[in-house]
Structures are given as C-alpha cells and as structure tokens.
Write a new protein. Structure first.
Length: 388
C-alpha cells in the first residue's frame, strides 16, 4: 500500500502513540484486503460502546487510544448499555453503570460526539452522495451506502476508531465503483407495507446471504428503509442494497442478474418462523432507534388508550429525537419507558428478562445469543395490542 510522507510519519509514531496504533491497524487492514492507498473520510460512526459487548478488554484498548488520540473527523457513537439518566429504572447494576460511564468518558476525551444512537443519519451525521466514510453498525452503514449514496465498508469498532483518528480509511471494498454493483434483482409483491420491510430484509438476507440486491416495489420511506437495512445486515451481512428510484447509484443494466420474488406467502412464512409461544415479559420497540415520525405515529395510536397488565415496554430512540418529541414522550411514558442512548440488544437484559418481543427482525436475530432471551417477533400493532 502506498503511503504519503505524512502517513509514514504517523506510522512511525511521530504524531503520537494513538496515531501510530491507528495507522498500524489501517495498514494491516488495507494489506489484507488489497487496498492501494488510504483515502480521506468525511465522518466516522463507531460501534463497541456497550460494556456488555466490549468488557474490560475493550476498555483497556480505549484507555490506550484515549491517552493522546483525538478524532480528526466528525464521529458519532452507537448505543451503549444503558440510558445515561435512567439506568437504575432499567435494572442495570451500579458496577455496570460505572464501567459504562467510564467508556463514555474515554470516547468523549477523544472528541467523539456522545449521543449514542444507531441512526446518526437522522441527526447531524448525514454524509452526502459520494462521501467516503468509515462507519461501523451494520444497519447504519447499510443505510449510508444504500439510501444516502455514501461509501463505507462494514467496519468493526477498532477499524472505525482508527479511521476517525487518522481521518482516512483503506481504499478497498465498497469504496470502489467496481464493488458497488447489484448482484440480484428482488421484486417485492405489491401490498407489502413499509411496516413489513423488516421481514422482507430478513427473508432476503437469509435467502441470498452477502449480496447487493436491487429492489423493485419499495419506495422512499426512511422508516421502512432503516428497518430493511437492519434486518438484511443481520440475516445476510448485506452492507449495500439498491432501491429503484431511491438509491443515488442506479445500475446501468440489470441484464443477466438472477431475479428473486418476495411474495405475501414469503412474508407469512417468515412471520411464522419468528414467532414463539411464550408471552413476553419485555416488549422492545425501536430497533433501529425510533425516528421523530415513528414517535409521532406511536403516540397518535396510543393517545387516549389505557395500559393493561404489567409487561415492561421500552421505546428506544436517540437523545436528539427524544428532545424533539416532548408531547409524544408524555403519551408513550404511560405505556412504558422512552429510553435514549441504548437498545434492548446491547443493554444487559439477561438475568432481568426471559422472553423479549420486538418488531425488529434484527433484534430477533441477536436476542437469543447476545441476551439469552426467548425472542418473539410481532408487528408494532400486535405488540401494542398485548398491553391494551
Ligand atoms: Fe440499533 Fe440496537 Fe437495533 S444498535 S439497530 S437498536 S440492535
């Protein structure tokens, strides 16, 4: 890989320990994947924030980087293990909270924006078409590649942090035109609504695995597309997809591409697979984090209704959306907790809950392994009807 004199100096440690370590990581990644050089990025989004997922090993790495490391591009953070203000109400213990706040302070010291969300593109971190970025968080990076037309690989937490510190990333994978071509055409049957796109994503990811599907039959609905991106990234490691009339890069030709159809029957079969028999003791809505319009839709539906039973309900959103929706919050708080900074997957719910229901096929994929839950899928309406 060709390095500029400035990059060579960083690699030699002339600009401090963190830059040396970050450059070492980027050069190793670039060498493995055959990058020719490093390219400048306009932003980064980091995963590896919850104490539950990174543990003490992750803290040691961050402590080392935070000694003299500072990010050189706007950098945002993924959800962490708790709401910074309401962790006690979530059942999080004091030791976890102390370690979690320590992690947050390390990122803060490095200059990272510490509003923890997996939908940074709904707030300030929204790249332009053609921008090279280094994003971790599979749902967000798929959204960035596919809906915004930015360019990022499927970064891990350390790689994204290294890129944020250096302000560059190795030029390979989805940064290159040649790797951003549709591999399949997916035709979605008419009448499958945006609230079912999470199921569409789950079905496509399972069927096709890692690929670049070109969708027909979807439109430009941000909430539907973020759910689709999240589900497909979880079930099939899909880092980029295209939607007819939506994705800035449209294929020149679809000739010769295999065609896959997603029918009403496929959706029903997927729903059957994701259901479980138990009643949930936790209902989680907001994976990916709820947008402002979703908060409004939920509040409009629940306003004037009463909650029955004691099932715990979490509505997860970003702090930015939370601040913008005081009226909606007041309605939702009568049915559950409107939590910021966290989500059901990265919070330490194991031991506190046993059966968790969600309207997200992504959450469904992670809840058994990462959270020791019996997972249950239901549409948002079905989940809310359980408590009405
Ligand atoms: Fe976001 Fe957590 Fe889902 S990070 S995409 S809410 S698993």
């Amino acid at each position: 890989m060709q390095l500029t004199p400035e990059e060579q100096a960083m690699l030699a440690g002339k600009e401090g320990k963190a830059k040396r370590k970050a450059m070492g990581l980027l050069v190793a990644l670039g060498t493995i994947y055959g990058a020719d050089r490093l390219i400048p990025i306009t932003s980064a989004h980091l995963s590896g924030v919850s104490y539950k997922t990174i543990g003490e090993g992750g803290i040691s790495f961050l402590e080392e980087m935070a000694e003299d490391g500072r990010v050189s591009v706007p950098t945002t953070l993924n959800p962490m293990g708790m709401d910074v203000e309401r962790w006690r109400e979530m059942g999080v213990d004091a030791h976890f909270a102390e370690r979690q706040l320590h992690i947050l302070s390390l990122y803060e010291r490095m200059g990272v924006e510490t509003n923890c969300t997996c939908t940074p593109y709904l707030l300030g971190n929204r790249p332009n078409v053609g921008d090279h970025v280094a994003w971790a968080e599979s749902s967000a990076l798929a959204f960035a590649n596919s809906v915004l037309g930015a360019r990022t690989n499927r970064e891990g937490g350390p790689g994204a942090l290294a890129a944020a510190i250096v302000g560059r990333t190795p030029n390979y994978g989805l940064h290159l035109d040649s790797n951003r071509r549709a591999t399949h055409v997916v035709e979605v049957e008419q009448g499958i609504g945006k609230e079912e796109w999470s199921l569409v994503g789950h079905a496509v990811g399972r069927r096709l695995g890692s690929c670049i599907p070109y969708f027909r039959g979807l439109d430009n609905d941000v909430n539907g597309l973020k759910a689709l991106a999240a589900a497909m990234a979880a079930s099939g490691s899909v880092a980029m997809f295209m939607v007819e009339g939506v994705t800035p890069e449209q294929p020149v030709t679809l000739e010769g591409l295999p065609v896959v159809r997603i029918s009403r029957q496929d959706i029903e079969a997927t729903v059957q697979r994701l259901r479980a028999g138990d009643r949930p003791d936790l209902i989680a809505i907001g994976c990916p984090h709820l947008s402002e319009s979703e908060m409004k839709e939920l509040a409009a539906y629940l306003d004037g209704k009463c909650k029955k039973g004691g099932t715990e309900v979490w509505f997860c959103t970003s702090r930015g959306v939370w601040l913008r929706c005081p009226k909606e919050r007041a309605v939702l708080e009568r049915f559950g907790k409107v939590l910021c900074d966290t989500c059901v997957v990265v919070a330490p719910i194991e031991g506190l809950h046993r059966v968790t229901a969600s309207d997200s096929a992504k959450a469904y994929a992670y809840l058994p392994g990462l959270c020791s839950q019996r997972a249950l899928y239901g549409s948002q309406r079905e989940l809310l009807e359980m408590i009405l």
